[in-house]
Write a new protein. Structure first.
Length: 311
């Protein structure tokens, strides 16, 4: 089982340089994949292209780019660029985003997000697979007059979706390759996420999507202190409806309760619960909550687990 980590360069004077340095560190530790989140300060796909070219052998992915205020033709061009730069090791993660962030930042209505996601994925799949599209939906159109293809990016990047609600999971099962649940604990995965995905994929005649679980994880001897930090740092997600729902399904009142914190043995035992619940891969996020020494220790464990190939 591949174990990845979320990358960040926030402790360096130049964020891009810092992220590349962290990516090299992850690769040298044996980590299988590095993931980049998307807010407003940098472009995750562009940074994935830089990292992918600078660190050969490391799979790079976005987790995840909101579809609002973006267009499939432009996203396809960005994805192809990252795929060529990384030598075919790019994975494109998409999301619906949060209503409050979308509306305040872009001045647009957060309307029919799942319908938009379905149309976006349909158009994007055609663009990446066929090099063109002639898609005209209710919410967007994609019909470029010039080819959407790029030498070096012949391998179609996998399409990932950070989906957790029932309709979003159905669309993901029908149209995407992988799902990227965050804060979906083992119970939520086993009882809700994986069955919904599998059922939708089977109905569409597609193979079951891979499930890459993003799990806040810190290997440390200061478990109590780090758990307190996790409760504080992850509280933001508790007010977002999609996260609130998946937290409730997983039996968690606070998002920080889902942080996997402890020594190597304790962390591996918890990550195995995600595997047993249907996760095909895991990505360790928020690994710096315990400080730099704990982050490095956590990444060493991620590399060891990747080299073993199993949890």
């Amino acid at each position: 089982m591949d174990v990845g980590v979320v990358l960040s360069g926030t402790d360096q004077p130049n964020y891009v340089d810092g992220t590349v340095a962290r990516a090299r560190e992850a690769h040298e530790a044996g980590v299988g994949s590095g993931w980049l989140s998307q807010l407003f300060d940098y472009d995750a796909t562009s940074l994935a292209a830089v990292v992918g070219q600078a660190v050969p052998g490391l799979t790079v992915g976005t987790s995840a780019i909101p579809v609002f205020a973006r267009h499939p033709v432009l996203v396809a061009g960005q994805a192809l660029t990252a795929q060529a730069a990384s030598g075919g090791r790019f994975q494109l993660g998409l999301a619906m985003g949060a209503k409050a962030l979308v509306e305040s930042a872009f001045g647009i209505e957060y309307e029919r997000p799942v319908d938009l996601l379905a149309e976006f994925l349909t158009a994007l799949r055609a663009l990446l697979t066929d090099g063109t599209a002639d898609f005209h939906g209710e919410l967007l159109s994609a019909a470029p007059s010039l080819p959407v293809s790029l030498p070096g990016a012949e391998r179609v990047p996998p399409l990932l979706v950070a989906a957790m609600g029932p309709r979003a999971l159905r669309v993901t099962g029908e149209l995407a390759d992988i799902t990227l649940p965050f804060l979906a604990g083992p119970r939520a995965l086993e009882k809700h996420v994986v069955p919904a995905l599998t059922s939708a994929a089977e109905a569409a005649g597609r193979p079951a999507p891979r499930v890459i679980a993003l799990v806040p994880t810190v290997v440390t001897e200061e478990a109590e202190r780090v758990r307190e930090t996790a409760v504080r740092d992850l509280a933001f997600y508790e007010a977002i409806p999609s996260y609130r729902r998946v937290l409730d399904l997983g039996g968690a009142e606070r998002a920080g309760e889902l942080a996997v914190v402890g020594d190597e043995e304790a962390v591996v035992a918890e990550l195995r619960r995600y595997r047993d619940a249907g996760a095909t891969e895991v990505v360790l996020s928020q690994t710096a909550m315990g400080g730099e020494a704990a982050r490095r220790r956590t990444w060493r464990l991620a590399g060891e687990l990747t080299r073993r190939g199993v949890l």
